[in-house]
Design a protein around this ligand. Structure first.
Ligand code: F6R
Length: 605
């Protein structure tokens, strides 16, 4: 999400750090900062974009050690105070951090009682206060001790004027690499930040702590020294930005398991079969009274709304209706004190969705948001909401953000359900199943090569149907949208039961159907639909539950997904469809990340 760069060596650190930060610009960020040691620390933070020339003209530093950061807000708004590096009470220790500290609220409370003064709203700041608390005379010892108190994920770099000739770096589930050159080392969360200086890198693994000095590097795991040799990366700058993948879209699909993990991190109360959604705390009481919910979004976000509609009705017993932002404007929704509206948007800047938000606010409905971009117009305008924490999405076609939206919707369902009739057992069942999803998502991604072969095999066809029922009907719509928007072939999503009411007329050997048919409550009905298609010689690609052997008798191709609760299947079943669309479009040579006529953020109505 955010970007880290650090330098220690014989050259001036500041220009190297700034150009590293500039190279991370492609990921998107809202603020940046750095700390370089001269005779005393020079700390600089800014909201907005980096201008290397401007920053260098304004600030001079001969310091040979420093750390820098580009922030993409997750905890705390976009402000100078919330930008990294963060320092402790005494401005002697400085930290840049990527990741999420789950227990930061408890730690912050305790540290405040102990006399620590906080300057920001971030989770990161607790790290630096903990290091300050444990610091005696050695930085790595204080960092290692502080990490024992932390629950969550981190890639971090720390420097201190009290132990000034080193950078201490640590990693848990958030990437960090060390660039090795002669008498100098760089540290970065992303190779693109450093490969113009060196291609020799050491990848820091989980639970490893690196102590980097200008004349040498020590890597520790459980306080024991590890031997690690640098490896050579051959990527050019463009490949490095994409994490070695050919396109951002593929990189973002491959991040889908992490997106689920980040969305649920620290948000479960397992023993209560419930979730903890900080962003909804202020409206908790009012939400108990709600009996009518409108879900509004555009495009892919609208399909998330549709799935939310099924979820809320089935598990929270609340009347729910979804609509496109662009259509809802023309309706006359019945709004009273018991009405809530939920706006779903990756960017938080979609004009049609924002227009509806404004109208619903005027009508007096409670307005909640599910948004990816912290500080976006939507997140500022809504009364309360939940961030998806999916990280920057760069490809125009939304993929990982959709996974984040569905995961949050499932959690809100548990939250609303437990306020109403959902039993403890049912709550626990959904929460436990959600916890298993990241691994299951990874299992699907392992089949990428198989899916690629299927996509290539079918890339001569010009018309596709996608069918599904119940939770997987909106997934059929999403699969079709993804295919058409990036490959420019005609694709239509249809509710399985609607085939015979018209679309079946188009089925023949030249029109394949992708049937989403996990083993769930509507499985038998889906099989009947597949039989209708086969009777008309239509090729069928089935997305089926692992272990379903029977499907082999009727489908031409099968992509298996792991079994989970029915309510959570869409979070898995969409992953092969994202991959299918990607490989299909790529095999046709399409500009996958920037499809023609489309923009990432649609800020016009
Ligand atoms: C499809 C896609 C679009 C967006 C839509 C809403 O792949 O990306 O349909 O989902 O434009 O955008 P956000 O979520 O930013 O409101």
């Amino acid at each position: 999400m955010c970007g880290i760069v650090g330098y220690i060596g014989k050259q001036k650190a500041l220009p190297i750090i700034l150009s590293g930060l500039e190279r991370l610009e492609y990921r998107g960020y809202d603020s940046f900062g750095f700390c370089v040691f001269n005779s005393k620390p020079l700390l600089y933070k800014e909201v907005g974009k980096i201008s290397l020339a401007k920053a260098l003209a304004k600030i001079k530093s001969d310091g040979l050690i420093g750390i820098g950061h580009t922030r993409w807000a997750t905890t705390g708004e976009v402000t100078k105070e919330n930008a990294h590096p963060h320092s402790g009470c005494k401005e002697e220790i400085f930290v840049v951090h990527n990741g999420i500290i789950e227990n930061y609220k408890q730690l912050k409370e305790k540290l405040i009682k102990e006399g620590h003064k906080f300057k920001s709203e971030t989770d990161t700041e607790v790290i630096v206060h903990l290091i300050e608390k444990y610091f005696k005379d050695n930085l790595e010892k204080a960092v290692t001790r502080a990490l024992k108190d932390i629950r969550g994920t981190y890639g971090l770099a720390v420097i201190s004027v009290k132990d000034p000739d080193k950078i201490v770096a640590a990693r848990l589930s958030s990437p960090l690499i060390i660039g090795v050159s002669e008498d100098e080392f760089l540290i970065a969360s992303d190779p693109s930040a450093i490969i113009t200086t060196t291609r020799q890198i050491i990848i820091l693994e989980d639970n490893e702590v690196a102590v980097i000095k200008k004349d040498g590097l020590t890597i520790l795991k459980e306080e024991k020294e590890l031997k690690k040799e640098p490896e050579m990366i051959e990527w050019d700058i463009e490949q490095a930005e994409k994490g070695g993948y050919k396109h951002f879209m593929l990189k973002e699909i491959m991040e889908e398991p992490n997106v689920i993990e980040d969305a649920i991190r620290g948000r479960f109360i397992l023993e209560e079969g419930n979730v903890k959604l900080g962003g909804l705390e202020s409206v908790e009481k009012k939400l108990r009274e709600i009996n009518n919910i409108f879900l509004i979004g555009c495009g892919t976000a609208h399909y998330a709304c549709k799935i939310g509609e099924y979820m809320f009705e089935e598990y929270a017993d609340i009347l729910s209706q979804s609509d496109f932002g662009s259509e809802f404007r023309y309706r006359k929704p019945i709004v009273d004190k018991k009405t809530a509206s939920i706006f779903i948007s990756q960017s938080g800047e979609t004009a049609d969705t924002l227009g509806c938000l404004k109208e619903m606010k005027e009508k007096g409905a409670m307005c909640l948001g599910i948004t990816n971009v912290v500080g976006s117009s939507q997140s500022r305008e809504t009364n309360a909401g939940v961030y998806t924490r999916s990280g920057p999405e760069i490809a125009v076609a939304s993929t990982k953000a959709f996974i984040g939206q569905l995961t949050i919707l499932a959690m809100i369902t548990v939250y609303l359900g437990r306020q109403r009739n959902m039993s403890l057992t049912e709550g626990k069942e959904i929460v436990s199943a959600l916890k298993k999803l990241p691994l299951m998502a990874k299992e699907i991604l392992i089949q990428a090569e198989e899916i690629k072969k299927i996509a290539k095999k079918y890339n001569k066809y010009k018309d596709f149907f996608f069918i599904g029922r119940k939770y997987n009907y909106p997934i059929a719509l999403e699969g079709a949208l993804k295919l058409k928007e990036i490959s420019y072939v005609h694709a239509e999503g249809v509710a399985g039961g609607e085939l015979k009411h018209g679309p079946l007329a188009l089925i023949d050997k030249n029109c394949p159907t992708i049937a989403i048919c996990p083993t769930d409550a509507v499985y038998e009905k889906m099989i009947s639909n597949i039989e209708e298609i086969k009777a008309r010689k239509g090729p069928v690609i089935a997305i089926a539950s692992k272990g379903n052997e029977e499907i082999k008798k009727i489908a031409d191709e099968i992509i298996y997904i792991p079994k989970t609760l029915e309510i959570l299947t869409p979070i898995l079943s969409v992953i092969p469809l994202h991959l299918f669309a990607y490989y299909f479009a790529d095999s046709l040579g399409c500009d996958v990340d920037k499809p023609k006529n489309l923009a990432k953020s649609v800020t016009v109505e």
